[in-house]
Every structure is written in structure tokens, then in C-alpha cells.
Design a protein around this ligand. Structure first.
Ligand code: HEC
Ligand code: HEC
Length: 498
């Protein structure tokens, strides 16, 4: 396989192969790549190592490993101001949270090396007694990346149907294409959930041109991590990564929750599902996934063979069991079980009423009412290109973006774009309310901008919104949330001029 060959050539496997083991023993670092690499940047605001906190001991050795790396030339623009690497590790660990993930990350061994996705799963305690679920349609932070050929994987503790919740709960979400992993872990002190974003670096992060599609969308992204930065819900609240905008639907200060809108059978977008009667999602989405990924060794840290032979695994059912055990059976604006049956006639009144609530800005986007979010021609071309590169020796530069495969209908129903011809108020409610409906932390400026109360909004704030809709450097909505075609921009701006 061409790509795996290329990886070995780059030397990561030889250099860092010991790291999964080292992770458990928690010390040995992956050595500097090249003594002639440029001097490391000074992390802004790194507290002195004696600063205390749970992450204190043993970190010094690891700090050296990171500081001999070149700077990440492509840190996300919203994460960069929050700091990177050691500064973020120290900040998160000083909060000394009582969840399993924080304890593993910040424990007495010092900062663990996390060399790859499998290493992260092991650190999170998800290398055993785990379940996993793949989804071909997500309404989460990463929805614009997710289809059956580039699914989101969730890995979480295995809970028997109807069993009580496990002692501790950590769950991980990952999709190829973005250099981060989403983590939630239940705090045993507060009994609330803590959310973390672990942003990792790869060797290509230090190249002027950055990481190409092959380093982000093939198995390469799951290996060879060189360093990481970690942020929690409090750090992220002020950014478009804000976990709370979906996981704290009750508003600032209320209890955080796990999300799964399609909580019950038939779990239209989840796979693999092996029951006596095969589900449609398993058949259609499982096949699309297998076509693209059958010759990968793993996807999302789970061996492909395990995914393909997941005989006792019902993805949706297992995630449902976890959510029920954790007390989150009541989801806001849920994707009701009978939508699938109604859709046999081509439309679903139930889905439509859920979607209307979303258009009014009352709830996050609703899962797609059909199984497949892709356009068949775009999907076929993307899968062929993927196979050509990973199996056929085609140049890596030829890889198409596996994320650009949505049908126009799916883009509209998933709220990547507004509805054609929508009036300005509806555009603002649909495309802005998730982050600007007044529920968030009142101390943050973004929460003064409330699209549900346009009538009371000061002129200056409306003008600022018009500017941000047209902005080239800080556009609203942010790129992971969607975009406004020209007619929708005009409609939104004329509403804001009122
Ligand atoms: C746009 C809404 C949205 C945002 C923002 C969001 N999530 Fe989620 N999250 C979801 C939804 C919806 C699911 C259910 C599965 C899916 O649709 O992909 C989910 C699932 C998860 C899961 C699996 C456990 C569960 O709740 O089902 C984890 C872990 C997770 N999210 C972590 C995070 C973290 C960490 C952040 C912030 C960095 C975040 N999420 C931001 C909507 C969101
Ligand atoms: C995914 C979340 C998200 C969505 C969706 C979103 N925004 Fe924002 N918005 C933010 C964040 C985070 C900030 C604060 C950081 C910044 O200014 O970039 C912000 C800031 C703003 C501000 C500046 C507020 C101030 O006083 O500084 C305006 C105005 C704004 N957004 C307008 C909009 C409009 C209009 C839309 C919809 C067309 C929209 N936003 C959609 C996350 C979002």
C-alpha cells in the first residue's frame, strides 16, 4: 500500500513506534526529528513548571520533547489565541477536574505522549469494554465533514441494555479531515459532564504548505501525532467550537448533556447494526463505507475487520443504551422513531415540524430524513479517487476531498445553507441562532447578539453583524457551521438594516 509505505519512509513509525507502550509507562518521548530544524517558539503564557496543579510532576522531560519541535504553522485561527501545547495542558490540568479523562491526562506520571488515535483511546480507557458507533450523518460540530464514506466514529463504554451507568464515563468522537478529537467525560465530583477538544499536530503541520488532503483524509491522520493542545468547554465557549451551544441546551449554568437525536430504532444513520433483520442504514451506509475503506487497516482507531465483523454490535442500540444509562433519554427536538416509516411515502410531517422548530431558532439542526446524504456521482468519484491513491499508487495530490459529496438537498436540510428564497429573519434564525440565541454565558460579547430578539437590538450591533456577514477574515456564520449564498446574505442584511 502506497501510503503506508510513504509513512514508513517519513520515519514516524520507526521513530515513534514505541510510544503506545511508552504512553502507558508515560515518559519516553519521540525524539527530535532533525537537529537543524528551526528554534522552537516560546509558548505565550506558559506558567513555570513549579506552578502546581495536578499536572505537575514528571512533565519537564516531555516539555523538552515538544519544545524541540518546530512551531505549528497552521494552528486553527480561533484556537491560536487560546495558546498551544504545554500552555493549554497546564491550564486544563490546573482546573483539576474530577473526570476520568482529566485524571488520566493530568495524573502523577506527567503529561502523556499521545502518538496516535489508538493511544488516545487507550488513555481514555476505551481500549477495552468499549463499544463504537459510526454515523453517516452528524448534526454535531463536524457535520459538514460526515457521510458514510467519511463517517464520524464515537467510541464509548459498553453498557448492557437497561444496565446502570458505569462507574466512570468517557466518550470520544472523531472524523477524518480535522486535526482534533472531541472528548466528553463525566466528572465524579460534580456529576456533570466535561468537554474537551484535543488538537493534534502531524509532521505536515510544520510544512509551509501544511497538511494535504491525503494526510488528513487517509489513515495517515490517525498516526504519527507529534504534539497536542487541549482545551475544555470553558476555553472553547468564546469560539465557534463552543461545545455548550449543543450540549447545554438549557442555557448557561444548566446541566450539560450527551446528544443523540435519533435515540431509538431504526437509527437511520448509524452502522454497523447487526440484528436478526438487517437495518437499511447498515445495508446502505455499511456498503458505502466498506467500498471506500476495506483496505484501510483501521478507521477511527478501530480495526476495519472489527467494524466489518461487528456481529454483536448494534451501533445505534449501544449508544442509546449509554445515553439512557447516563440519564439523557430526553433529547430536545428529537428525531422521532416514526420519521423513517413516514418517509416511505417521500415526506414526513413529523420531520417537517422538527425542522420548522429549528428554522425558528429553537433547536439545533435535525438529522437528514433519508439515509444517504450524498450525491451519488460525487460520492463515486471521491471513493474512486481514494482507492486510486491508497491502493493504486496514484499520486497523493490527486486525492479528491471526501467531504465534498453532499447532495444539494442534504446541504439545505442539514442547514449548511439556508432554504432557497428564505426571508432575512429565517436566514438569521436558522444560520445564527445556535450560537446567538441569548442562552450562552452573558459575560461573553457574542451572547449580546441575539437573533431571537432583533427588534430590541441596538443599531451598532446590527451594523457589526452586517460587517461580519461580508467579512473575508472573520465571516459569520463560521466555516464549520455553514455559509450564506449571495441571495441569503442580501436577505439577512436587509433584515439587519431595519
Ligand atoms: C452543533 C452542535 C454540536 C456542537 C457544537 C458539539 N456537539 Fe458534540 N454532539 C452533537 C450531536 C448532535 C451529537 C450526536 C452524534 C452526532 O450527531 O454526531 C454529539 C455527540 C458528541 C459526543 C459523543 C457522545 C454523545 O453526546 O452522544 C462527544 C464525545 C461530543 N459530542 C463531544 C463534543 C465536544 C467536545 C464538543 C466541543 C468541542 C462538541 N461535542 C460540540 C452536537 C454538537
Ligand atoms: C457556530 C457558532 C456561530 C454561528 C453559527 C454564528 N456565530 Fe457569530 N459569533 C460566534 C462566535 C464564537 C463569536 C465571537 C468571536 C468572534 O467575534 O469571532 C461570534 C461573534 C459574532 C458577532 C460579533 C459580536 C460582538 O459584539 O463582538 C456578530 C455580529 C456575529 N457573530 C454575527 C453572526 C451572524 C449574523 C451569524 C449568522 C449569519 C452568526 N454570527 C453565526 C459564533 C457563531
Amino acid at each position: 500500500m502506497r501510503l503506508r509505505g510513504a509513512l514508513s519512509d517519513a520515519g514516524w513509525s520507526a521513530r515513534c513506534a514505541g510510544l503506545v507502550v511508552a504512553l502507558l509507562a508515560s515518559a519516553t518521548a519521540c525524539g527530535p526529528q532533525d537537529p537543524q530544524e528551526p528554534a522552537p517558539p516560546v509558548d505565550p503564557g506558559v506558567p513555570a513548571p513549579s506552578g502546581g496543579g495536578a499536572g505537575g510532576g514528571g512533565g519537564a522531560q516531555n516539555t523538552d520533547a515538544w519544545s524541540s519541535l518546530p512551531p505549528n504553522l497552521h494552528t486553527d485561527v480561533e484556537l491560536a489565541p487560546l495558546g498551544v501545547r504545554e500552555a493549554t495542558y497546564t491550564r486544563v490540568c490546573e482546573r483539576a477536574r474530577g473526570d476520568q479523562f482529566a485524571k488520566a491526562l493530568c495524573g502523577v506520571g506527567g503529561r502523556p505522549e499521545i502518538a496516535d488515535l489508538a493511544g488516545l483511546l487507550a488513555l481514555a480507557g476505551l481500549d477495552q469494554q468499549r463499544a463504537f458507533a459510526l454515523t453517516g450523518n452528524s448534526t454535531s460540530l463536524v457535520s459538514m465533514s460526515v457521510s458514510a464514506i467519511n463517517p464520524r466514529i464515537l467510541v464509548f463504554p459498553r453498557v448492557a441494555d437497561g444496565a446502570p451507568r458505569p462507574q466512570s464515563m468517557t466518550s470520544v468522537g472523531f472524523v477524518r479531515g480535522e486535526q482534533f478529537v472531541e472528548i466528553v467525560s463525566r466528572d465524579e465530583l460534580t456529576d456533570d459532564l466535561n468537554f474537551y477538544l484535543l488538537a493534534f499536530e502531524q509532521p505536515c503541520s510544520y510544512q509551509p504548505n501544511g497538511c494535504d488532503l491525503a494526510s488528513l483524509l487517509t489513515e495517515e491522520i490517525e498516526h504519527g501525532w507529534t504534539a497536542y493542545s487541549v482545551y475544555d468547554q470553558d476555553d472553547l465557549e468564546r469560539t465557534s467550537f463552543d461545545c455548550l451551544s449543543c450540549h447545554q441546551p438549557g442555557g448557561h449554568g444548566t446541566k450539560r448533556m450527551l446528544r443523540m437525536q435519533e435515540l431509538s430504532a431504526p437509527w437511520m444513520h448509524w452502522f454497523p447494526q447487526r440484528f436478526v433483520q438487517r437495518t437499511e442504514s447498515d445495508r446502505v451506509l455499511g456498503m458505502q463505507f466498506a467500498e471506500a475503506h476495506q483496505s484501510d487497516a483501521q478507521y477511527g482507531g478501530v480495526p476495519i475487520a472489527t467494524i466489518a465483523n461487528a456481529l454483536d454490535e448494534g451501533s445505534g442500540a449501544q449508544l442509546e443504551a449509554l445515553l439512557r444509562a447516563e440519564g439523557f433519554a430526553e433529547q430536545p427536538n428529537p428525531f422521532d422513531a416514526h420519521i423513517a416509516a413516514e418517509m416511505k411515502s417521500g415526506t414526513s410531517a413529523t420531520w417537517q415540524s422538527r425542522f420548522d422548530a429549528h428554522l425558528r431558532g429553537e433547536a439545533i439542526a435535525v438529522p437528514f430524513p433519508s439515509i444517504d446524504v450524498t450525491d451519488a456521482a460525487l460520492r463515486t468519484a471521491a471513493v474512486q479517487s481514494y482507492l486510486n491513491v491508497v491502493e493504486g499508487g496514484a499520486p497523493r495530490e490527486s486525492l479528491l476531498d471526501l467531504r465534498r459529496v453532499f447532495s444539494p438537498d442534504a446541504e439545505r436540510k442539514l442547514s449548511f445553507v439556508p432554504q432557497p428564497g428564505a426571508d432575512g429573519r429565517t436566514v438569521l434564525q436558522q444560520m445564527c441562532a445556535r450560537c446567538h440565541d441569548g442562552r450562552g454565558n452573558p459575560a461573553l460579547r457574542k451572547n449580546q447578539f441575539n437573533v431571537l430578539r432583533l427588534a430590541e437590538m441596538p443599531r451598532a450591533l446590527k451594523d457589526l453583524a452586517i460587517e461580519r456577514i461580508d467579512s473575508e477574515t472573520a465571516v459569520m456564520p463560521p466555516k464549520r457551521a455553514g455559509y450564506l449564498p449571495p441571495e441569503a446574505k442580501e436577505a439577512a442584511k436587509s433584515e439587519l438594516r431595519k
